[in-house]
Design a protein around this ligand. Structure first.
Ligand code: SDX
Length: 438
């Protein structure tokens, strides 16, 4: 009997089955053969929220949650953050190898060429209220791009996919900047394609009446590092949304909008905004013990703490902490950092968090940097979505080119009624809690 196999006995029938173990996993479909009789559909695996289910095979990102390891295409995140630019890492995540100097130059030129948005995007953006959440504006506007590029539906053509990928990477900062300027009531600033990716983003965010925007190098580099750290993270909630929507062969703009919508949730990318609200609520270092006590009593969560995969310190959080100190040398120290450091110190010593292996994640410190750079908390998740677009598109492309993949359509364990007799109107009784109650 092959060593890499699992033998199970169905005690309902005393039948024994052997299924192969490949790369540390068994195929759920290999359990379908386990039946109690010819009428039986066969055994399914039940895994709410996919706690222990691999939905795909992927070679993009590797995470070892126990050891706090994160690698893109085999390169440790620490090395990439130190030596690369974001667009260089975007090339690696998408195409699997670090680009040569010539390849990188061409890649940067291509992306820069696609920073401009169709002029009517302004009219679309103007439709939002002045206080519309920038993340909702971004999700809607990314979806609207689908109307400008109907050819994007041809997802089987690799050249067409690549063109849409370049457009999305080039245009995300432009859309983000437009939503930021809209929320402030400022006129939009056009891209300046003489600038690097982060500098051009800063230009579209912050250029006022000066003819040429000049970015502070330390802040531009900090943004570039933050973009690198947020580029991909294997099968997180929003990547799963991208793969699922993309598996129906929806165009990449609509799939990316769906992924961004998933990212906006406070348990996912929306956590960085929630961290700042939490630090504001705590108010000072002295109040930290009382807040931690409240969380331990089950009142709310420590936002920016915990992770489905990392049961150790999120390696990105360490790099963000290092980056924060460099940003503060330019912007001045954000007092919120002291509250965050005290919160981390207390939590890492407290058995409640140690037992649950709750450590700071990527969102714990990123918001403090963004706030110091002048962003409002509502923009923080938008800043997450810009670089994560690269990861979503890499996951999307890998899914489309994987011969094993098809439309994502999970099964269910049905717990509802068996077949019932119809009840005519006159015989119906009101429900315990009326569906009409507000
Ligand atoms: C991101 O998946 C990714 O890779 C995501 C991401 C990426 O790059 O794409 O890394 C980005 O989303 C980072 C996570 C940002 N979210 C937050 O910071 C929100 C706060 N964190 C939690 O909501 C939570 O930790 C999750 C959502 C991140 C993970 O949740 P899990 O894996 O479903 O864990 P769980 O909710 O089952 O928690 C296990 C236990 C529970 O306690 P018990 O029921 O066992 O008593 O830990 C507790 C939870 O109550 N717990 C927390 C906590 N997180 C989990 N308690 C207090 N504070 C927290 N933050």
């Amino acid at each position: 009997m092959a060593q890499d196999s699992l033998t199970v006995t169905d005690n309902r029938t005393n039948q024994t089955y052997t299924v192969p173990i490949t790369k540390g996993a068994v195929r759920a479909m290999d359990f379908r053969q386990i039946k109690t009789g010819p009428e039986d559909f066969g055994l399914m695996t039940y895994d709410p929220a996919f706690l222990n289910t691999a939905s795909c095979q992927s070679s993009i990102t590797f995470i070892d949650g126990d050891r706090g390891i994160l690698r893109y295409r085999g390169y440790p995140i620490e090395v990439l953050a130190e030596h690369c630019t974001f667009l260089e890492v975007a090339y690696l995540v998408l195409f699997g190898e670090l680009p040569t100097e010539k390849e990188l130059k061409n890649w940067v030129t291509e992306i820069t060429y696609h920073t401009m948005l169709h002029e009517t995007t302004k009219k679309f953006m103007e439709g939002f209220r002045h206080d519309a959440h920038p993340m909702a504006m971004l999700v809607s506007t990314v979806a609207a791009l689908s109307t400008f590029y109907p050819e994007a539906r041809d997802i089987q053509d690799p050249n067409n996919r690549l063109l849409q990928i370049k457009r999305l990477i080039g245009k995300m900062p432009s859309i983000a900047a437009m939503s930021y300027r809209h929320s402030l009531g400022f006129p939009y600033a056009y891209p300046d394609n003489d600038l690097s990716y982060p500098e051009n983003f800063m230009n579209m965010l912050w250029r006022m009446v000066e003819p040429k925007y000049v970015a502070t190098p330390a802040l531009a580099r900090a943004l570039d590092i933050l973009f690198i750290l947020h580029a991909d993270h294997e099968q997180n909630c929003s990547a799963n949304a991208m793969r699922s929507v993309g598996s129906s062969h929806a165009d990449p703009y609509l799939a990316t909008a769906a992924a961004a919508a998933a990212l906006s949730g406070p348990l996912h990318g929306g956590a960085n905004e929630e961290v700042l609200k939490m630090l504001d609520e705590i108010g000072s270092q002295d109040n930290v013990p009382a807040y931690v006590k409240k969380v331990k009593e089950g009142h709310g969560k420590l936002m920016g703490f915990g992770h489905r995969i990392y049961k150790n310190y999120d390696p990105r959080a360490k790099i963000i902490k290092w980056t924060a100190e460099r940003v503060f040398q330019v912007t001045g120290r954000n007092a919120k950092l002291d509250i965050a450091l005290e919160l981390e110190r207390i939590a890492l010593e407290d058995d409640y968090f140690i037992k649950r292996k709750l450590y700071p994640n990527v969102d714990f410190y990123s918001g403090i940097i963004y706030q110091a750079m002048g962003f409002k908390p509502e923009m923080f998740t938008v800043l997450f979505a810009i670089p994560r677009t690269v990861g979503w598109l890499a996951q999307w492309q890998e899914m489309l080119t994987d011969p094993e993949q098809k439309i994502a359509r999970p099964r269910q364990v049905y717990t509802g009624h068996e077949v019932r007799e119809f009840v005519p109107m006159e015989k119906r009784t009101p429900m315990a809690v009326s569906a009409n109650s507000r």
